[in-house]
Design a protein around this ligand. Structure first.
Ligand code: G4P
Length: 193
């Protein structure tokens, strides 16, 4: 997506050869006009696929996922990050370890928000190693939902997330695909939309 790729080049800062800072429009301050265009792009792509729910992971996935859900006129479900296991029959949880941040948490979904047979699209801001997207898919499937696709704003194609998800049978659609990151350098390969 040209708008996102250009904004990353203008405002993004590579902090290392693996981490890109985008806090002026995605992670800290949020640019609603870009998020709205992202929502339209994802919605146009998924419109014919009869999506019942959009699912994201708090926090930075919420803005683009909300605009996608609004365009598709379906509810948005936000997967919560808990620091401890919550016991009870009404939630499903899976442990996620973030290699980028060196943290782990229990990704949590209340069963009442995904019904058996729901067709779901997952929207998230970054795809690195695919931990969060894999965990989210697992929770949706544990509730009987089907993951129609995974929509990503910024895929770091030099990390293993995309291959891992594709090998597991998921369809990944990324708006910007970074092939190489270094100090002062952001290089793209061809995006999916
Ligand atoms: P993975 O799910 O693909 O394996 O990714 P990983 O665990 O490595 O990333 C975990 C967190 O780090 C996620 O945020 C993700 O958005 C963020 N992240 C990964 N790579 C980058 C990067 O290059 N730049 C930035 N800015 N963030 C990155 P999170 O903990 O879920 O944070 P938030 O959504 O609450 O903001």
């Amino acid at each position: 997506m040209r708008l996102l790729e250009d904004t990353i080049l203008k405002e993004g800062t590579p902090l290392s050869d693996s981490v890109l800072k985008v806090d002026t429009f995605i992670n800290h301050q949020v640019d609603p006009s870009i998020m709205k265009e992202i929502g339209k792009a994802f919605a146009d792509y998924y419109r014919e696929k009869h999506i019942d729910k959009v699912v994201t992971i708090e926090t930075s996935g919420i803005a683009p996922a909300l605009f996608t859900a609004e365009e598709l006129a379906v509810p948005l479900v936000i997967l919560k990050k808990q620091t401890s296991k919550i016991l009870g029959d009404d939630v499903v949880q899976t442990n996620i370890t973030s290699f980028t941040k060196g943290t782990s948490y229990e990704l949590t979904l209340s069963r009442k928000f995904i019904s058996p047979g729901d067709n779901v699209v997952i929207i998230d801001d970054f795809l690195a190693n695919g931990e969060a997207a894999s965990g989210a898919s697992k929770l949706i499937e544990a509730c009987g939902g089907h993951v129609e696709g995974i929509g990503i704003l910024i895929e770091k194609s030099f990390q293993k997330g995309r291959n891992r998800l594709v090998e597991a049978g998921y369809k990944v659609t990324s708006l910007a695909r970074i092939s190489h990151l270094a100090k002062g350098v952001i290089e793209y390969c061809e995006a999916d939309l």
